[in-house]
Ligand binder design. Sequence first.
Ligand SMILES: Nc1ncnc2c1ncn2[C@@H]1O[C@H](COP(=O)(O)OP(=O)(O)OP(=O)(O)O)[C@@H](O)[C@H]1O
Ligand SMILES: [Mg+2]
Length: 223
Amino acid sequence: MKTIAIIAQKGGAGKTTVAVNLAVAAEAAGIKTALFDLDAQESATVWSDRRKAESPHIEFLTERRLPNAIKAAQHEGFALCIIDTPPAAGPQALTAAEAADLVLIPCRPSLVDLDAIRRTAQLVKSARVPAFVVFNAAPHGATTLLDDARAIVADTTGLSVAPATLRERSAFRAAWPLGKAVLETEPRSKAAKEISQLQNWVLAQLQVCTPDDVQDAKVMSHG
Ligand SMILES: Nc1ncnc2c1ncn2[C@@H]1O[C@H](COP(=O)(O)OP(=O)(O)OP(=O)(O)O)[C@@H](O)[C@H]1O
Ligand SMILES: [Mg+2]
């Protein structure tokens, strides 16, 4: 099982949006996924309460219980675990980072948000885990702004930015109150395409194969 922690000290950066959309995308690709919600606001848990579907498995936990919950998920055959955290560089974020194979730091490409990721970057460095900033809710176009933001991230934190960017898209807001992900409400939308790109990049980073990848590899090896 691979574990992704989603961390950002800044409130409203898009942690829970990224967490639930990636969890649904992974399940849709045949990857059994658990989402652990370490945020006392319980946004992901409330989102799942509105959901009719059983999967992905979503559970609220305190950080003290996280290591055991990860072990149990592994035992139960989960292939991916995603951890959503509160807007703070506190014990939940640190415990999640220490348990993770990969940390994603959602960040809006604005100066206020870019300033705020320094503490988050320090925290992930102390956890010694690979970490990438994911630009979220980026305005349309804005190529120069994203290039500048990427340079600021590199200068101030030494971190790299994931190649997949999520733009400001109403589909993300519209899916939320339904307890759904954009892949379910608007599967052909640009928002869904961006989530798929992010998911493919994340799975490649973690070297997680989907059942389709395994089938393709079998077909190729049998000529
Ligand atoms: N790419 C996007 N486009 C449009 N709206 C977005 C996008 N990402 C997030 N939002 C909206 O921004 C708000 C905050 O997002 P979200 O709850 O995911 O942030 P968060 O980092 O989890 O917040 P908190 O720090 O409070 O946990 C939500 O209303 C969400 O629907
Ligand atoms: Mg949240």
